[in-house]
Design a protein around this ligand. Structure first.
Ligand code: G4P
Length: 194
């Protein structure tokens, strides 16, 4: 997605050979106009998939996911990373290990909000090693619902997550794919993969 790539070039900063900081439009401050276009792009890419629900992980997945949900006219459910005061019963859980942060989070979704008849689109802001996506797949699978695909805003194609998910047969659509962050420079992969 050209507009996203331009935004990454203009406002992103490379923190290391493996980490891109995009807190001016995605991870802290949010650009709602860009999010709207991102939502429309996900809607276009998964138009023929009969999506009935979108599932993401708090916090940075919520902005792109809610715009996709609005465009696709379906509800959004976000998995929680922290215990909720009010959400205590009928919880589905999965453990998500973050290689970046070297910590494990138990993520939860109430079983009330995903039915086995649902056809779920998983959306997240970043795809690195794929642990967050795997955790969401795990939870959705516990409900018996189908997974129609995975939509990612920024994929780090030099890490394994995208390859592993595609090898498992999931349709993964990433709006920007980073080939490399070496030497402080952002390089995009030539073509988008599905
Ligand atoms: P994985 O799920 O693909 O295995 O990713 P990983 O454990 O490496 O990532 C953990 C957190 O770090 C996730 O956010 C992920 O989105 C984020 N992340 C990974 N690589 C980058 C990067 O290059 N740049 C930025 N900006 N973020 C990255 P999180 O902890 O869930 O944060 P949030 O959603 O609460 O904001």
């Amino acid at each position: 997605m050209k507009k996203l790539e331009e935004k990454i070039i203009k406002e992103g900063s490379v923190l290391s050979d493996s980490v891109l900081k995009v807190d001016s439009f995605l991870n802290h401050q949010v650009d709602p106009f860009l999010m709207k276009e991102i939502g429309e792009e996900f809607s276009r890419l998964f138009a023929d998939r009969g999506i009935t629900k979108i599932v993401t992980l708090e916090s940075s997945g919520i902005a792109p996911a809610v715009m996709a949900a609005l465009t696709m006219d379906v509800p959004l459910v976000f998995a929680r990373k922290r215990k909720s005061l009010t959400l205590t019963e009928g919880l589905l859980t999965a453990d998500v290990y973050s290689f970046t942060k070297e910590e494990t989070n138990t993520i939860t979704i109430s079983e009330k909000y995903i039915k086995k008849t649902d056809n779920v689109l998983i959306i997240d802001d970043f795809l690195a090693n794929g642990q967050a996506a795997e955790g969401l797949i795990n939870i959705v699978s516990q409900t018996g619902a189908s997974i129609a695909g995975i939509g990612i805003v920024i994929e780090k194609a030099f890490q394994d997550g995208g390859k592993l998910l595609r090898e498992k047969g999931f349709k993964v659509e990433s709006l920007a794919r980073l080939q490399s962050l070496s030497g402080g420079k952002v390089e995009f992969a030539e073509e988008a993969l599905t």
